[in-house]
Design a binder for this molecule. Structure first.
Ligand SMILES: Cc1ncc(COP(=O)(O)O)c(C=O)c1O
Length: 386
């Protein structure tokens, strides 16, 4: 979250004073949540958006929406928040951990290596607001007839070759938790251009199908046993304000990131990490690549007081080797075990993706300082050249 203030307070106040906090209201379609879904779909450039309780819920709804389930393998990167791996498991499929390359996003070459006849989908994660190589990923997906679910949890407003992240695959998922570009504390959204996927995601997100007015609806949505991932009016009221802030937030971040990049590009001891679309990146982060782990560690030690920076390898559950539940194939009940429902024996260990670990150890990510002025970020970058 970059900005929150009086406008959000006012929006929440109005919702509370209305006495109606639930997203559905008999006879009234113009709820805060419906407004957010309409505007968010417009912003991302998709036909449908569905607000949910979280990014994880959004991924699960996207999976259920696309009919992914037991026996399916889903390719995910070894560098992402663990939620990307948990979502396929929630619908009975198995995450197949795949290397990232120096862009910190899925390595298309390793995707090809990890595809089996049971692979059903790929989840490219636009980690740290950095766009994946969507051209290569979509080409691979077409070749092998795979579904693509973009995890844009960290990449709201970013784009790849002019198209919004989240809009390029069969479905996209966003998170609005506290740490994301737009935030309402906890929240998420699923987006898609496919009406059937949207309706199935809706059923998944509201098992009671409260949205479904049987008399009024011209068409019946598909019915199956769903869950409850409904967003509420307080979340949506905050998000309606936050969405208006998005362009300004990205402009501020991009100006600061560009100012720092121009200086840091001259460094001798590291280089800017390669990117799949520099202009489309959200610019929340500025990753640098070092030749050795030691050089990366030394850099962090020298500059961590002046600004927020970290090695991705040190980010706990964002690195697959720390996903104990997944590596140990631990589930809440022995009879609901996606690895046992898989159509081949799958074993993944902390060493399954050595390329990922090597890159994450040698990369340092600078959190772009949103609140600093351009002269201040330039001064910071110059210090980093010493
Ligand atoms: C890449 C990625 N995917 C999914 C999620 C899950 O989002 P949430 O925390 O809203 O469930 C996150 C959240 O941190 C994330 O960073």
């Amino acid at each position: 979250m970059y900005i929150i203030g009086k406008q959000e307070v006012e929006a929440v106040r109005k919702v509370i004073e209305s006495g109606h906090l639930f997203r559905y209201r008999a006879g009234q379609v113009a709820t805060q949540t419906a407004q957010f879904e309409k505007d968010f779909a417009g912003k991302i450039g998709v036909k449908y958006a569905l607000a949910t309780t979280s990014g994880t819920a959004s991924l699960i709804c996207a999976m259920a929406g696309l009919g992914i389930g037991p026996g399916d393998e889903v390719i995910i990167p070894g560098y992402t928040f663990i939620a990307t791996a948990l979502a396929p498991l929630a619908v009975g499929a198995v995450p197949i951990i795949t290397d990232v390359d120096e862009t910190l996003t899925l390595d298309p070459a390793d995707i090809e290596r990890k595809i089996t006849r049971y692979t059903r989908a790929i989840i490219p994660v636009h980690m740290l607001g950095l766009p994946c190589d969507m051209q290569a990923i979509l080409r691979i997906a077409r070749k092998h007839k795979l579904l693509v679910i973009e995890d844009a949890a960290q990449a709201c407003g970013g784009s790849y070759r002019g198209k919004h992240l989240g809009s390029l695959g069969h479905a996209g998922a966003f998170s609005f938790n506290h740490y994301k570009i737009l935030s309402c504390g906890e929240g998420g959204a699923v987006v898609t251009n496919d009406k059937n996927v949207y309706q199935r995601a809706m059923v998944c997100h509201d098992g009671g199908c409260v949205f479904f007015d049987a008399k009024a609806a011209a068409e019946k949505p598909p019915f199956f046993a769903g869950l409850n991932f409904r967003a509420n009016e307080v979340q949506a009221a905050i998000l309606n304000v936050q969405l208006k802030r998005l362009d300004g937030i990205l402009k501020t971040l991009r100006a600061r990131q560009a100012a720092m990049s121009a200086i840091l590009a001259k460094a001798q001891s590291f280089r800017l990490s390669p990117t799949n679309d520099a202009a489309g990146a959200c610019a929340t982060s500025l990753p640098l690549l070092f030749d050795s782990e030691k050089a990366a560690c030394d850099f962090v030690a020298r500059h961590k007081v002046a600004c927020w920076l970290f090695r991705p390898i040190d980010t706990d559950r964002h690195v697959y080797s720390n996903w104990q539940s997944i590596l140990k194939q631990a589930v809440h009940h022995p009879k609901w075990n996606p690895w046992r429902m898989a159509r081949r024996k799958i074993k993944q260990t902390a060493n399954s993706c050595p390329q990922t670990l090597d890159i994450l150890k040698r990369t340092v990510v600078i959190g772009v300082p949103f609140a600093k002025t351009i002269p201040q970020v330039r001064a910071l970058a110059r210090q980093m050249l010493d």
